[in-house]
Design a protein around this ligand. Structure first.
Ligand code: ADP
Length: 520
């Protein structure tokens, strides 16, 4: 029996002793799994059933961050000098491991984050896609050549890594978003310190574990878990960290950006959204309703691309609302580990409080019509989790707070519009610019909207969610600071350009001077 227990404990630890106790997880610094020097742990609980402790995770300190940065610094030269196709070979191996263990990661994610199994599987799949796609860049990482203005001179431009990168990630896509940042950073030759969200460290741990197993060398990836106000803040302040890539709330993003500005570090921000689906009078209403339900209530509305505004032409407003409300009411809310469930819990008690306060604002301050939902579910199967009914507000006007502010929960607002032009004006009339969509059968309307909507992502006859990893992802206005993740555009975050001139004339040639004379 004791033998069997030992064997189980060994299996749980894996080859490198990652778990010192069942369900106790460690930081990963310089290739070693180590507890925080604080000796403190925080318990991570399942948001669908808080009696279920997912694990104990380190509450790390400034010293832990400093140790991780030192390890990343030490590993940098040998990683940057490893040819990119070789770096990519290791990354392809990561992809294979992620594929192999997809089911397990999916279950872990549903347990720690709450999203339903299908969506958690999609999150893991996105990490797999992103890993393979970024690894493919190992044999490209294109620069360019261009003619030099002098004879016997060659000009080219090559990418070089940034150096040490800090990756600060949110809880809503706990494996996909870390992989969006990690994989391009690695292929470009950077070393990294990762800081996952407090509520979802396990999925990032799983990603890092896969990287370790694939043979990514010690120090290239470091993982430090703990509070954002300590670990994230120290990382943003650290003089050796050249770049911070952040995804999270607007408020925190601004704080991170200020810290980076203080020390001239580069900062890439991905923040909020208040995304609109426009439904025109000629739309396929059934399809539009399906898109709205998926966009508004998938991941319990906790996506930066959530369809939190539905701008519907007056001619189909009633019909659309009837179908939407019927669909929203029929959604099965519960523990996402049950395959029949369609809407899982929200992430934590703070989220419940914030979302419920917006439901109150919608009814009592804004004066919108609560068409369905609106309740915090606390009885029976819901007693130990954070469940909120899928909620639809109708008769919403564009200036209402529920139509302007990011709620980040299963709440959507239907706003009537009398024309496409008005719909576009409403869609653009928020501080964010991440994603938008139009449902119409008219190609002219679709292109008109595509041209005039000021967002980073736009869909025709599809919801505001569903980005693919080989296209750039990001937003305009308050959503970010102009960077794009995913696609090849992400390489511009994680590498810097170096212009190289080779003069093979054997003599001094002065640009702008000697050739000007030659021409003149
Ligand atoms: P949310 O409100 O959605 O949890 P946050 O913006 O607070 O989003 O969190 C996103 C990430 O930023 C998390 O990993 C969090 O720990 C981290 N974070 C929180 N506060 C800070 C901070 N002051 N500096 C750096 N990172 C932070």
């Amino acid at each position: 029996m004791a033998q069997a227990k030992k064997a189980l404990a060994k299996k749980q630890r894996g080859s490198s002793g990652a778990r010192t106790l069942a369900n106790t997880y460690l930081n990963y610094i310089g290739g070693r799994w180590t507890p925080s020097e604080s000796g403190e742990w925080s318990e991570n609980r399942n948001p669908a059933d808080t009696r279920d402790v997912v694990g104990r995770f380190p509450v790390s300190t400034n010293e832990d961050v400093d140790a991780a940065v030192a390890a990343a610094r030490e590993a940098f030269d040998s990683w940057r000098l490893t040819p990119a196709p070789k770096r990519a070979e290791l990354m392809f191996r990561v992809g294979e491991i992620l594929m192999r263990d997809k089911q397990e990661y999916t279950r872990d994610m549903t347990r720690e984050m709450g999203k339903v199994l299908k969506e958690a599987g999609g999150d893991v799949q996105e990490a797999i896609d992103c890993t393979y796609y970024a690894a493919g860049e190992g044999r490209r990482l294109h620069g360019f050549t261009t003619p030099a203005e002098m004879p016997n001179k060659f000009a080219m431009c090559v990418r070089q890594p940034m150096g040490l990168c800090g990756l600060i990630t949110p809880w809503n896509f706990p494996m996909a978003i870390p992989s969006w940042k990690l994989m391009p950073a690695l292929v470009c030759g950077n070393t990294v310190v990762m800081k996952p969200a407090e509520d979802t460290p396990l999925s990032t741990y799983n990603l890092v574990k896969a990287c370790e197993e694939a043979g990514i060398p010690p120090g290239v990836i470091n993982l430090v878990m703990g509070h954002g106000s300590v670990v994230g803040a120290r990382l943003s302040d650290h003089p050796a960290v050249r770049l911070i890539s952040f995804t999270g709330s607007t408020e925190t993003g601004q704080r991170v950006a200020s810290a980076c500005a203080e020390r001239n570090a580069i900062c890439s921000l991905e923040m909020g959204g208040k995304n609109a689906i426009m439904v025109m009078e000629d739309a396929d209403i059934e399809n539009a309703v399906e898109g709205a339900v998926w966009g508004a209530f998938g991941t319990s509305g906790q996506r930066c691309t959530a369809s939190s505004r539905l701008i519907v032409h007056k001619k189909v407003y009633k019909k659309f609302n009837q179908q939407l409300v019927a669909r929203a009411k029929a959604l099965r809310v519960g523990n996402g580990a049950d395959e029949k469930i369609e809407v899982g819990p929200v992430i934590n008690p703070d989220a419940v409080e914030k979302i419920m306060s917006y439901i109150d604002i919608g009814q009592n301050e804004d004066g919108a019509t609560l068409a369905c939902g609106g309740r915090h579910l606390t009885k029976g199967d819901y007693a130990n989790g954070y469940f909120i009914e899928p909620t639809v507000f109708t008769d919403v006007t564009p200036d209402m707070r529920i139509a302007q502010e990011e709620i980040f929960g299963p709440v959507t607002s239907v706003i009537p519009a009398k024309s496409l032009d008005e719909a576009i004006e409403i869609a653009n009339g928020v501080q964010y610019g991440l994603s938008a969509a139009i449902y119409t059968q008219n190609v002219n309307r679709a292109f008109h909207a595509m041209n005039d909507i000021y967002t980073g992502i736009f869909y025709v006859n599809a919801s505001t969610i569903g980005a693919e990893v080989h296209l750039p992802f990001g937003g305009t206005k308050g959503t970010g600071n102009g960077h794009r993740e995913a696609g090849t555009q992400v390489l511009d975050i994680f590498s810097e350009w170096k212009s190289v001139y080779v003069d093979y004339s054997g003599k001094l040639q002065r640009a702008q001077i000697d050739n000007a004379k030659a021409i003149g």
